[in-house]
Ligand binder design. Sequence first.
Ligand code: CUA
Length: 317
Amino acid sequence: MESLTEHPHLFLGASPDSREIAVLLLGYGALAFLAFLGIAGAAVFLTRRYAAKPGDDDSFREAQDEDKFETKFTVGVVLLICLIGYFGLTTTWKIDVDRDQQNLDPDLVIVGHQWWWEIRYPGSSAVTANIAHIPKGKRLLVALESADVIHDWWVSGLGRKMDAIPGRTNYFYLEADEVGTFEGACNEFCGMQHAWMRIKVVSHEQADYEAWLAAQAKDALPPETAAAQKGSVHFQEMSCAGCHSIRGTEATATIGPDLTHLASRSTLLSGKMEYSRENLRKWLHDPQAEKPGAHMPRFIFTETELDELTDYLDGLK
Ligand code: CUA
């Protein structure tokens, strides 16, 4: 699995929004450092200046009042807070989606589920899970929704966080300046497998993206071997089709991830496992052992049925 450290622009990220946020963070750091110097300096200066000496009376209190020190200090703190607020707001305004843009058709629809992400590509029948593919250099409008509880989308290398809230749609921009893989995770505690609700965003050159999208929009490949053929029957008969879609077949349910091109993905279980035939078989054998709490129940298959089902799903490239 690619790791975050392989990305060369970890701090600034690779989008206009991530740079805005990085600059804001640096600015806040600088302000906090200046405030620290001011307060620490004042503490040293004042304790020296007003330190009680033998024979002192209370007259120093009057001197302090005459300085109106408290007033100046309070005004200084209020100004500092206003400055922090100003920078925060201007950054928010720069990266926020305008209200009038929110009525436009989104480029991507992302839905948070316990515990995976559904990614739809309006205008295409492609539906993927956990790995969002995008063309590089495009400012994409994303509509973010939730199917159950509050989740939170965050791919820090590409900008802001955004909550996925049941019953409403939130909008944000997703953009990557360069080709690459960017990792993120759900950032709102959403139940048992919150930690395994990872995200990958893969950005491509426009032509590669279009080729990818065209391939994903196609119906599933039919099973090629006799075993896979039997596996497809198990899929329909053993309740798999009650939750999952495989486009081009009778399975059209949308509770679990769309599996039309399952075997083209690089990971399984929201990034918990690398995709491989062996891992897929482990998952099908006992989902609760691999991802406890996941909404996929354990179905009892014989070893042969399990092989056939795995063959079928592993053929869905
Ligand atoms: Cu979804 Cu945490």
